[in-house]
Design a protein around this ligand. Structure first.
Ligand SMILES: [Zn+2]
Length: 416
């Protein structure tokens, strides 16, 4: 690579401007963004993004689930494009950076290459994936999941939001049911830039996270069936209390995660007492659990120990406990060649960096199941995300986009 290219930097002010300009679509009073997928606000940001892609000379197309793609031609069009991008939808009280940095960072890479007159050997394709967040429609990351074949497109189109509106209807309502079949846009590999959404980079004073793995996930639906009885007349030893059982299971879950840690986290996020009443011993409780690890063997151990603990507690308390594993997502091991390319770009650019595991799910984790993928993380303030307070510095955002650009240049090759 020539010296001019190896010193090439993205336009930090332009990237920062794009992040803040689009933040007005769904801006909240506390400085965050509410831009649920396929909403009117999402349409506004999609229209903005499409125009920006067209202005940058990209060939834009939209697939049947609304994901947007912008293709920049390379010298050798027989080669598959290198994919970069993320998502522009947010949580109901989301921030300005989650997903947005990766999508607008990808746009900024294209704008910078255009300004510098650089032609790559392979094409580059930037992407905005529909519904990464999963707050309006389940599952999260649904478009990339359908892209890799985890769900059929018809299945996803029929999913409903809380008001009974289907994905299909929502796409039509904003004019984003595209012509292209899902999966048509192929990539040689995919790199996603994202804020860390955790506290590690900030705590260690590192600018770049070279993401080499993503946690696997276990989701359980649980039910405890004890026996409802009078709070005043039932002696303590005779009770079959669902809530006390739940309490023991919650603490057992914590102990299991601590014992198998540091690469294990476990959460009981929901618990609902059926027909609760002040003077009735709870008889039935539904609950959910979310357990994660980057290590498949640890995931198996969590499952084993959790079931054993729940069975023991249930027997002692003479209640029934059922645990249904409703989702098992294996851990992600990102492609070593792409991870090395990210690490090398960070080193050459002189940014402090470390290898890191993604605690959250991302479209890149889905894509990694059928193509080489990797991610670039930058720090976010206090590790806060999915919150209007989400914050990142202009310098860190620019650093991430620079690493993204130099990774892409290495993978796509520069035409001579
Ligand atoms: Zn995200």
């Amino acid at each position: 690579m020539s010296r001019a290219i190896s010193n090439l930097q993205i336009d930090s002010a332009r990237l920062w401007g794009a992040i803040h300009e689009t933040a007005k679509f769904g801006a909240t009073p506390k400085g965050g963004v509410r831009r649920l997928t396929l909403s009117q606000e999402d349409k506004q940001v999609r229209d903005w993004f499409r125009k920006a892609c067209e202005d940058a000379g990209l060939e834009v197309h939209v697939d049947a689930l609304g994901s947007q793609f912008g293709l920049r031609k390379g010298r050798d069009m027989s080669k598959l494009p290198v994919g970069i991008g993320s998502h522009l939808d947010t949580q109901p009280t989301g921030g300005k950076y989650d997903g947005i940095l990766g999508t607008l960072g990808a746009l900024e890479v294209i704008r910078t290459l255009n300004d510098a007159g650089i032609e790559t050997d392979a094409p580059i394709c930037i992407a905005n994936w529909t519904n990464e967040e999963g707050s309006r429609f389940a599952p999260a990351m649904m478009a990339s999941a359908a892209y890799v074949g985890d769900f059929t497109v018809d299945d996803i189109l029929s999913r409903k939001d809380a008001d009974g509106v289907t994905v299909s209807e929502a796409l039509d309502a904003i004019g984003y049911r595209g012509e292209t079949k899902v999966g048509t846009q192929k990539f040689s590999g995919f790199i996603e830039l994202h804020i860390e959404q955790g506290p590690i980079l900030e705590a260690e004073g590192k600018t770049i996270g070279v993401v080499d793995s993503g946690q696997g996930v276990l989701w359980y639906d649980g039910k405890i069936t004890g026996f409802e009885s009078h709070a005043g007349t039932t002696p303590m030893p005779l009770r079959r209390d669902a809530l006390l059982t739940l309490s023991e299971i919650a603490l057992a879950l914590e102990q299991i995660a601590l014992k198998l840690g540091p690469n294990a986290v476990a959460t009981m996020g929901e618990a609902v007492i059926k027909s609760p009443s002040r003077n009735v011993i709870p008889g039935e409780i539904a609950f959910t659990m979310d357990c994660r690890s980057k290590d498949a063997a640890i995931m198996d151990a969590i499952d084993r120990e959790l079931r054993a603990a729940a069975a023991g507690i249930a027997a002692r308390r003479k209640v029934d406990v059922t645990l249904d594993l409703v989702w098992r997502k294996p851990p992600t091991n990102f492609n070593p060649k792409l991870v090395d390319a990210v690490e090398n770009a960070a080193s050459v650019l002189g940014y402090s960096h470390r290898r890191i595991t993604s605690g959250a799910g991302h479209d890149a984790c889905n894509l990694n199941t059928i193509m080489p993928a990797a991610m670039v993380f930058v720090p976010c303030k206090d590790g806060i995300s999915h919150n209007e307070l989400e914050d990142a510095t202009q310098a860190d955002c620019a650093a991430g986009a620079n690493v993204l650009m130099h990774t892409v240049l290495a993978l796509a090759g520069v035409a001579s």
